[in-house]
Design a binder for this molecule. Sequence first.
Ligand SMILES: NC(=O)c1ccc[n+]([C@@H]2O[C@H](COP(=O)([O-])OP(=O)(O)OC[C@H]3O[C@@H](n4cnc5c(N)ncnc54)[C@H](O)[C@@H]3O)[C@@H](O)[C@H]2O)c1
Length: 285
Amino acid sequence: MSYNLLKGKRGIIFGALNDMSIAWKVAEKAVEEGATITLSNTPVAVRMGDVSKLGEKLGAEIIPADATNVEDLEMVFSKSMEILGGKIDFVLHSIGMSPNVRKKRLYDDLDYDLLNKTLDISAVSFHKMIQAAKKLDAISEYGSIVALSYVAAQRTFFGYNDMADAKALLESIARSFGYIYGREHNVRINTISQSPTMTTAGSGVKGMDKLFDFANRMSPLGNASADECADYCIVMFSDLTRKVTMQNLFHDGGFSSMGMSLRAMAAYEKGLEEYMDENGKIIYG
Ligand SMILES: NC(=O)c1ccc[n+]([C@@H]2O[C@H](COP(=O)([O-])OP(=O)(O)OC[C@H]3O[C@@H](n4cnc5c(N)ncnc54)[C@H](O)[C@@H]3O)[C@@H](O)[C@H]2O)c1
C-alpha cells in the first residue's frame, strides 16, 4: 500500500546488488511512494549483479561509482541532479564490506591495509558522500541522508571483526556531519541500526545463521526484515521526520534493549542438555 510519502521527491540509492539487498527494497518502496531515483553501485557490481534489472523495473538510471572515490561521488550527485531535474531530497548509504573478513583474518591478526579498506568502504565513504553533496550544494533543505548500521558498533559480537569499528565510525560521522549540515542547510543525517538480515553482505558475517536465530529469539518483535527496514527508511526520508537528526535509530524488534529473553534462554538450556552425563552433570570438555 502506498501513502505517497515521497511524492515529488528525488533520491539516490547506493548499494542495491540483488533482490535480497536492503537497498533494493528501499529503491522499490521509494518509487512506490512517489519518488524518482537514481541507483549507484560499483562498476563491478553493476556488471555482475542484477541492478540493471532493478533500474529497468523502476525506470531509474544507474550510475556506476566506487563510493571510496570522491570524483565518482561528485559525478553521481551532479548526474543525479541533471537526470532527476533538481536537488536531491534523500540519500541511502547501504554499503559495507570487510576485506579482512573475506580473507578470514581474525580481529587479533588484522591486516592493516585491509583494515583501511574496510573503514574506507564501510564508513569513510559516508563522509565522502556527504562532503561531495555539500560542496555541490546538492541536497534540498530538510533533505534526509541515511546509512545502515549494526548494534556491534556499541556492543561486541562474536565474529563481527573490524566491521564493528567501521560501524562505530559510521555512526560518529552521522553525528559530526549532522551538526554541520543541519546548522547550515537543515539537512538531517541519521543511521538505522538494523537486525541481522539474510543478504550477500549479511552472509559474510561469521555464524550468521546462529546470530540470526539468537537475535530473533531475543527480540520481542522478532528480527526486522529487509522490507521492514525499507519502510523505516521511507519514513526517515519523508517530511514526517523533519526534526530527527544525528541519531542512531535501532530497527531491531527490541533486541538492543534486551538482556535475556525466555525464548533465548530456552535454547540455551536445551543446548546445555547435550553436554550432560547420565547424572545430569555438565561435562564442559
Ligand atoms: N545484512 C545484515 O545483517 C545487516 C545488518 C545491519 C546492517 N547492515 C548494513 O546494511 C548495508 C547493506 O548491506 P546488505 O545487507 O543489504 O548487503 P548487500 O551485499 O546487498 O549490500 C552491500 C553493498 O555494498 C556495495 N559496495 C561494496 N563496496 C562498495 C564500494 N566500494 N562502493 C560502492 N558500493 C560498494 C556492494 O556492491 C553491495 O551492493 C551495509 O552497510 C550493511 O553493513 C546489514
